[in-house]
Design a protein around this ligand. Structure first.
Ligand SMILES: [Zn+2]
Length: 112
């Protein structure tokens, strides 16, 4: 089911919309004040939960779409989860690597 979540930039309320027709996406209005000025949210679970609980729900066996990676907090999450599943504990080192990945600094190191 294509359910999209939005936050209204006008009244700051959040709501979800079931969109069966792709053309309807452009016509979405705030349910409360009918403003078209909306921010699309990635998904309720990735936005509202702390990293630990997001990690717990994270299924590394499923492919992730582009939308997933538009939330920079999700970058590195997969690697972290995978490491945990494999029983590898890199501790703060892993956080360091993930942080580099998030900020793009990891690319600098590949150049060397
Ligand atoms: Zn509104």
């Amino acid at each position: 089911m294509p359910i999209y979540e939005y936050r209204c930039n006008q009244c700051d309320k959040e709501f979800s919309e079931l969109l069966l027709n792709p053309n309807a996406i452009k016509k979405v209005r705030c349910k409360y004040c009918h403003s078209p000025n909306l921010t699309r949210l990635i998904s309720s679970f990735s936005v509202h939960q702390a990293e630990e609980s997001r990690l717990a729900q994270f299924d590394t066996s499923k492919p992730r779409g582009d939308e997933f990676y538009k939330d920079s907090r999700n970058v590195g999450l997969w690697a972290k989860k995978r490491m945990k599943e494999l029983g590898v504990d890199l501790g703060s080192k892993m956080d360091e690597i993930v942080e580099k990945g998030r900020t793009g600094k990891i690319l600098d190191e590949y150049d060397k």
